[in-house]
Design a protein around this ligand. Structure first.
Ligand code: ZN
Length: 339
């Protein structure tokens, strides 16, 4: 077997080929080539620490005339099979697609710039565990620039980023939620909830939403309503009593912010009847999911899911029993597309 050095000597230019350039001695040229090839070997990868950092956690695309930015609020491992309604089917589905358990649950937050307003959809888990604030700033915006925050529901991983220790994190934003959602979490006495989980959630909702109510920056809506030009509400009660989706339209592009109608895309798109322990009313949650996903598939709407693997945006097509998820195609340049 020939060593790299021997191969190199064989590849060295012949003396004859250097005769036309007497100013470069033959041995210097050979030495330079030898050095160039042997140098990388002397820099061992073991001396270079792995970077172990991720790229900035935001993704951007145009939706008609609107700009959509997705922020990663982070991910966390979750033994999803233990909290879904059909554990055996969940595990079988994961094995089929070679995904390990626990799987990584994403926490995505979405922002639409309409040209006139900056409208955010949910706020992630909060600054203690989440990364929304840093990724928002990295993307070129400031929290004080956000005009409105539309809440899908008042679980801690969606309203957690609103306030920190009683201080509003988006000082100029007005927060919107459905009347049913606000009444359920904020008007029921926490001690009247049937479980510690719901009670804890109510206390968290108070801690994050109350500062906006006190500042006169909280509004509710009821049913289907247009909140801003191109932005409408869509009741999807079930996961929580007042859970809402939002439909955003610009030119001929549509996107549905679906909140927690989907927790685990890998399972609930092919098997939309599977529910999760976090559902307050599982049957209603299932019905809302089936209706919303069918609407998206029939109309070619883009889906935006907080817990779908980041950036959590894509299309659906109908299968016999469920839906096929097709993530949006990565586009390097942020340009408008027409469908
Ligand atoms: Zn959630």
């Amino acid at each position: 077997m020939q060593t790299p050095a021997l191969l190199l000597v064989k590849q060295c230019p012949s003396r004859h080929s250097f005769q036309k350039r007497p100013s470069t001695p033959f041995w210097i040229s050979c030495f330079a080539i030898l050095l160039a090839i042997t140098l990388p070997d002397s820099l061992h990868a073991e001396d270079v620490p792995m970077a172990k950092t991720q790229s900035d956690g935001y993704y951007r695309m145009m939706l008609g005339e609107f700009e959509l930015t997705v922020f990663s609020d982070g991910t966390s491992p979750k033994a999803i099979d233990q909290i879904m309604s059909d554990p055996a089917k969940v595990r079988a589905e994961f094995e089929k697609i070679h995904l390990p358990m626990p799987y990584q649950s994403s926490y995505n937050v979405f922002l639409i710039h309409t040209g006139k307003k900056l409208v955010m959809f949910d706020t992630g888990r909060g600054i203690k565990n989440g990364h929304l604030q840093e990724n928002l700033r990295k993307s070129g915006y400031e929290p004080s620039q956000i005009d409105a925050i539309l809440i899908t529901h008042m679980h801690g991983d969606h309203v957690g980023g609103l306030s920190h220790q009683g201080k509003r994190q988006f000082p100029n934003a007005t927060v919107y939620a459905s009347k049913q959602e606000a009444d359920f979490w904020l008007k029921t006495k926490p001690e009247d909830f049937s479980s510690d989980r719901w009670k804890g959630n109510a206390l968290r909702a108070h801690a994050t939403v109350d500062p906006y109510i006190e500042a006169g920056k909280f509004k509710t809506f009821d049913g289907i309503q247009q909140l801003f030009p191109g932005i409408s509400t869509l009741p999807t009660h079930g996961h929580t009593p007042g859970h809402s989706a939002y439909l955003v339209q610009s030119q001929n592009r549509n996107i549905l912010f679906i909140g927690d109608t989907i927790h685990c895309a890998e399972v609930q798109f092919p098997h939309p009847a599977i529910t999760i322990q976090y559902d307050y009313e599982p049957d209603h949650a299932k019905a809302a999911r089936l209706k919303l996903l069918a609407t998206a598939a029939d109309n070619g709407y883009i889906i935006a899911g907080p817990h779908i693997s980041y950036p959590g945006i894509g299309h659906l097509s109908k299968l016999d029993d469920g839906f096929r998820w097709v993530p949006v195609q990565y586009q390097y340049e942020v340009k408008s597309q027409t469908k």
